[in-house]
Design a protein around this ligand. Sequence first.
Ligand SMILES: [Fe+2]
Length: 265
Amino acid sequence: MVSLAHYKPITASERGVAISDHKLTDFTAEEVWQLIDNYRWLVFKDNPISEAEVKDFLHQFGPLTENNRRKGTVLNIDGSKADEGEVLLGEGFLPLHRDGALMGTNVLLVGIFCAEYKNITVGGRTFITDAENALKEVPQEYLDILRERGIEGKPVDSYYLKSADEWHPIPGFIDIDGKSYLNIGFPSPKGEKPSWLMRIPGISDDRFDEIFTTMTSVLMDEKYCYYHEWEEGDLLLFDNRKVLHGREAYRGERRALANIQVLAA
Ligand SMILES: [Fe+2]
């Protein structure tokens, strides 16, 4: 039994919590769920546990994603496909997204564990945003467009299991316990190679740019968005339904993260 009362939120919107006085496995599954429910994401620092321990702990919440992109239940995000021009498994920028949207899976929780982080000279932070509160600053007309039309995504990286030859419809929002949460992947910034393309059906390019320039500046503001500087052994754990996340492009010697997903029942 660990006291949860002394943890304080990271963002001004009161989401995210950093935990350096305990490791994940000091908590019960119920305690971790309570923290996730309150804060949406947890940052474990200074008390590394093994990748196997992370997997065993997360398995308490449901089945873990397994597919032929993974080694068992782990996706190694280690820059190994940078030479093949891949973004996700390379070193590129990943805009805000919800895991599983382009894979057609409903992912409840995501754990990202830092196995190696050596001499990264530029970028490399993972970011997580409190989209729920940030949306209060987004013009209602933009949200209405996303709700009515949804988005369409098209894979560019060969990583995704869906066809790269067609646009795949994705609902703009998902509903959880009577509340709705943004469900979309954002477009890549101009000048960055995309991992996926996206559009809003029936909306012009100019209007699309206007909507996403505004949404990006609000959702990536530090009032709502936490930028994580990795150290080996760190673990990020977040509610993949209620936040959006992404990562900066990076350059340097070696950055190896392990992504583990808990599927919704
Ligand atoms: Fe992701």
